[in-house]
Write a protein that binds this ligand. Structure first.
Ligand SMILES: OC[C@H]1O[C@H](O)[C@H](O)[C@@H]1O
Length: 295
């Protein structure tokens, strides 16, 4: 009997505040904004919610503080059908936080304060061992310590599962972590840092970067913003998918939507081409949804 697929997201949870302004402030400038919207965030939390929405069993391993922000994040996971049994409440910390300031075009700049996310470690992996043993696909990001990602990835690989990393925000990955990755998803900036070559945001540029990174990782996805997505594998497979043309309201969290859906479709056993098509479509839908309508 084959068991049902499980996506486990090991990673970050942030309390997000999106501030809408006519422009992002320059050095020393105060800008009068039009509105602000609190919402659940953190790349890990966003990816878990997007995965669960497809119907695949999804669990989150993370850490929040024992404060109102942490309670808000856990309530959101609960409402969105993400199993949060292994989201730890750390009384000594503050919950991770992000503030993003948007301009009229929907572009933004953001600051994150990691707080409790930095406490993730071996203890969290040990506590969630049973879950990790039955995980089909583990999803990681770079908003928690490398050592914690390594411990989680090792546990899943030993049990026969696969590991996908969204290497965001851009930072170098240790050799040990690299060796545990099956699928890596990066944007142009992250690809540039990891591949060591300048990446232009075109489909051809993304494919070249994906092929370079496929010398290190078995399967590579490079997202190239408004241009689309490129895939390359160590076995020589290549896929190019053009971005859908939509009215851009906000690109915040679009990468997370893409990754959560991609992970779910892969866990369901879809082909990479089908998984990428669905992820691309759902991310386009999110991009055309205004911040105020995102719940
Ligand atoms: O990718 C968007 C996410 O990155 C940061 O982690 C924010 O919390 C936000 O939700």
């Amino acid at each position: 009997m084959t068991s049902s697929p499980v996506v486990t997201v090991f990673g970050s949870l942030h309390y997000d505040i999106a501030v809408m302004g006519p422009a992002r402030p320059r050095k020393g400038e105060t800008v009068t904004g039009t509105s602000w919207h609190p919402k659940s965030g953190g790349k890990g939390g966003n990816q878990a919610v997007s995965s669960a929405r497809t119907g695949v069993a999804t669990a989150m391993i993370g850490a929040v503080a024992d404060d109102d922000f942490g309670r808000f994040l856990i309530a959101n996971l609960d409402r969105k059908n993400v199993d949060h049994t292994f989201v730890r409440r750390d009384a000594a910390q503050s919950t991770g936080m992000s503030v993003a300031i948007f301009d009229a075009e929907g572009d933004y700049g953001a600051v994150i304060v990691s707080g409790s996310n930095l406490t993730l470690g071996d203890g969290d992996v040990a506590t969630a061992q049973d879950l990790l043993n039955r995980t089909t696909l583990l999803v990681l990001q770079s908003e928690v310590p490398d050592a914690a990602n390594i411990a989680a990835a090792r546990a899943v690989k030993q049990a026969g599962g696969r590991v996908l990393i969204n290497a965001a925000p851009a930072r170098p990955l240790s050799g040990e972590l690299q060796s545990l990755i099956d699928i890596i998803v990066v944007n142009a900036i992250e690809a540039e840092m990891l591949a060591g070559v300048p990446v232009v945001e075109t489909l051809d540029g993304a494919l070249e970067a994906a092929k370079t990174l496929a010398n290190v990782f078995p399967e590579v996805v490079v997202t190239a913003g408004g241009a689309g997505v490129a895939f390359a594998s160590r076995d020589g497979d290549e896929i190019l998918i053009a971005a859908m043309k939509v009215e851009v309201e906000s690109t915040h969290g679009a990468g997370d939507e893409f990754i959560g859906v991609l992970a779910a479709e892969i866990a369901f056993g879809k082909t990479m081409n089908a998984a990428l098509q669905k992820a691309n479509m759902d991310a386009a839908k999110l991009v055309s949804t205004p911040e105020k309508d995102r719940v």
